[in-house]
Design a protein around this ligand. Structure first.
Ligand code: ADP
Length: 245
C-alpha cells in the first residue's frame, strides 16, 4: 500500500499490504510508538468490530489505527472516539458532499447506512492511560454489493459512483481529528451530527432498553426515555446492540 499522504500529518505512518487487524498491529508497537503513529493496511484478514464482532475489510477501503498517548484519565477516553467519528463525518461532507451522520456510539452513516466504524481500545493502569488506539474503518473504493444486504452498509463508491483518492481522505480525517481535539466545539458537533438523537432505539445490553434517544452526554452516554417514562443513561461500553425498534 502506498497512499500519498503529507508527511507532517502524523509522527509516523506505517502502510501495510495485508494485516490481521490494524488495531492489533498498533497494539504490538504501541509501547514504543510515538503519539500519533498511524497504521494503514490495504486488507485486514481479521478486522474487528466491537465485542469481538468481525469487520469486513477488503481491498479498496481505508483501514487504519491511530496510536495516541494523551495525558488523560480513562473516563475522558470517549472524547477520542467522538473525535474519530466526527472527523470522518466532516471529511465525507467537505470532500464529497455526503450527508454523513454519527450513529451512537461509534458508527458513521450515510443515508442511514453504515459507511464507517470506529473502534477505540485503551491500555490503562489504574487511572493513567498508557496508550489509546483509535481504529477507523471506512468503506471507500469498494462496491456495496460486496457487503451482506442485512448489514445495511454503504460505501463511498456506492454513493458517488466513482473512486476517490484514499490518501486525501486519510489526511483530511487526521487533520480534522487533531483540530477537533483542540477545539472546544467537539461535543456540540457530535450532538449536531447525531443520527440517533430523538429516534426510537432498542439497546440490547445487560438489560434491554427500548425508548426514545433523548440526549447525549459529554462523556458519551446515551440518555433514553423508556416507554414507561423512566430515564436510563447508557454508557458506550455497556451497549451491545442498538437498532431501531
Ligand atoms: P455495531 O454497529 O453493532 O455497533 P460494530 O461497530 O461492532 O457493530 O461492527 C461490527 C458489525 O458491523 C458486524 O457485526 C457487521 O454486522 C457489520 N460490518 C462488518 N464489516 C462491515 C463493513 N465493512 N461495513 C459496514 N458494516 C460492517
Amino acid at each position: 500500500l502506498h497512499l500519498h499522504i503529507p508527511e507532517d500529518i502524523c509522527s509516523r505512518l506505517i502502510q501495510l499490504e495485508s494485516v490481521g487487524s490494524t488495531n492489533e498491529f498498533a497494539r504490538e508497537i504501541a509501547n514504543e510508538a510515538e503519539n500519533w503513529t498511524v497504521v494503514i493496511a490495504e486488507v485486514q484478514t481479521a478486522g474487528r468490530g466491537r465485542l469481538g464482532r468481525k469487520w469486513f475489510s477488503p481491498s479498496g477501503g481505508v483501514w487504519m489505527s491511530i496510536i495516541l498517548k494523551p495525558r488523560v484519565t480513562p473516563s475522558e477516553a470517549f472524547r477520542y472516539t467522538m473525535a474519530g467519528s466526527v472527523a470522518v463525518c466532516r471529511a465525507l461532507r467537505d470532500l464529497y458532499g455526503l450527508d454523513a451522520r454519527t450513529k451512537w456510539p461509534n458508527d458513521v452513516l450515510v443515508n442511514g447506512r453504515k459507511i464507517c466504524g470506529v473502534l477505540t481500545e485503551i491500555s490503562a493502569e489504574l487511572d493513567v492511560i498508557n496508550y489509546m488506539i483509535i481504529g477507523i474503518g471506512i468503506n471507500a473504493n469498494m462496491s456495496a454489493s460486496s457487503l451482506p444486504e442485512e448489514w445495511n452498509a454503504t460505501t463511498i463508491y456506492e454513493e458517488l459512483h466513482r473512486e476517490v483518492p484514499r490518501g486525501e481522505l486519510v489526511a483530511k480525517v487526521l487533520e480534522e481529528m487533531r483540530a477537533l481535539l483542540e477545539s472546544g466545539d467537539l461535543y456540540h458537533q457530535w450532538v449536531r451530527l447525531s443520527d440517533t438523537l430523538n429516534r426510537r432505539v432498542r439497546v440490547k445490553g445487560f438489560d434491554e432498553v427500548t425508548g426514545i434517544a433523548e440526549s447525549l452526554d459529554p462523556d458519551g452516554a446515551l440518555v433514553v426515555r423508556k416507554d414507561d417514562g423512566g430515564i436510563v443513561r447508557i454508557l458506550a461500553g455497556d451497549c451491545i446492540h442498538l437498532r431501531p425498534d
